[in-house]
Design a protein around this ligand. Structure first.
Ligand code: FRU
Length: 312
């Protein structure tokens, strides 16, 4: 039985990847072709959607991860970690292939996090897998933007469900990967999270330009668009077309920047779906939770936060 802090019986589903993160904390980013020791090293479950779930559970809400998992015994801890935390994984398909993994360097000197990701043709989650889930279990479905062909079919199915059942499952998508085709996913979603890297790749110079350009690309549908811009904070265009800039909440000292973006997305979704905040307030919550995470190692100290009290 999963305990939650509210009466919302439908849960949040995050669709994407579950990977192994091997983290090295270094005093500074190493020079090429040197042999150095790090200050500390550890591994943890990662992947954007899997991190979103970790944060949602630490905010004490019922959530589920949907993505391809590996049955390789060496990586059994990825499933165990989900189960231990009460992240549901019952609907995930399983393959015998080893999961993708990332080598992560956290530099104390520059506060950077450098990720080298390895994914050798790990099978993707397809629409055939997705169509087996019972959509009435969910209030919100978030997609880590990838595999647009499959993902668009999944999103269509949710719209069809909403129409036929008079339901209102909200759909959000995170656009982070530098692929033009992914922008199409924005056209069908209620909320779009846009990364700074993708915005710059598109030639958009700042957060305001980025959210406006996304809206102009698909003017036929009103949606919430959110763009984070590092130390400049976050920008959003609300469902009714109002623009807001929300200041960041940096910690006194940055300890761990890995997954700060995933933390932000999860907290915004929590604010919108569970707390029924306006988009502007939900983005403020996202900045606060992500800022707190930056000052702490991993995601578990987020349990200390009480989001409901932040807005009393
Ligand atoms: C952080 C993260 C890591 C993972 C990498 C995949 O956002 O999800 O956990 O290794 O990105 O790109």
């Amino acid at each position: 039985m999963i305990e939650t802090n509210n009466n919302n019986s439908r849960r949040i589903l995050c669709v994407g990847m579950c990977v192994l993160d091997i983290v090295h904390v270094c005093n500074k980013y190493p020079e090429e072709d040197t042999d150095r020791r790090c200050l500390k090293g550890y591994w943890q479950r990662g992947g954007n959607a899997s991190n979103n779930c970790t944060v949602l559970r630490n905010l004490n809400t019922d959530c589920e991860f949907l993505g391809m998992l590996s049955e390789s015994p060496a990586f059994g801890f990825l499933h165990d970690d989900c189960r231990k935390r009460g992240i549901r994984i019952d609907n995930c398909p399983i393959t015998a292939q080893d999961p993708p993994f990332s080598s992560v360097l956290l530099s104390q000197e520059s506060d950077s996090r450098t990720i080298i990701h390895s994914n050798s043709n790990f099978p993707i989650l397809t629409f055939e897998h997705f169509k087996k889930i019972n959509l009435s279990d969910y209030s919100w479905i978030h997609f880590e933007g990838r595999n647009p062909e499959e993902t668009l079919q999944m999103i269509d199915k949710i719209h069809e469900f909403n129409r036929n059942h008079d339901a209102n499952i909200k759909i959000s998508v995170e656009l982070e990967k530098l692929k033009l085709e992914l922008l199409e996913l924005a056209s069908q979603s209620d909320y779009v999270f846009l990364g700074k890297e993708l915005a710059l790749f598109m030639g958009w110079q700042n957060g305001r330009e980025a959210v406006e350009k996304v809206q102009n690309l698909f003017p036929n549908r009103k949606r919430g668009i959110i763009c984070t811009w590092g130390s400049k904070g976050a920008y959003c265009l609300t469902e009714t077309g109002d623009f807001h800039h929300i200041e960041p909440c940096p910690p006194r000292e940055i300890v761990d920047a890995l997954g700060a973006g995933d933390t932000f997305c999860a907290a915004v979704i929590y604010g919108l779906d569970r707390m029924k905040l306006t988009l502007e307030k939900a983005v403020e919550l996202g900045n606060r939770v992500a800022g707190f995470k930056l000052g702490h190692c991993g995601y578990d100290d987020i349990r200390q936060l009480e989001p409901e009290k932040l807005f009393m």
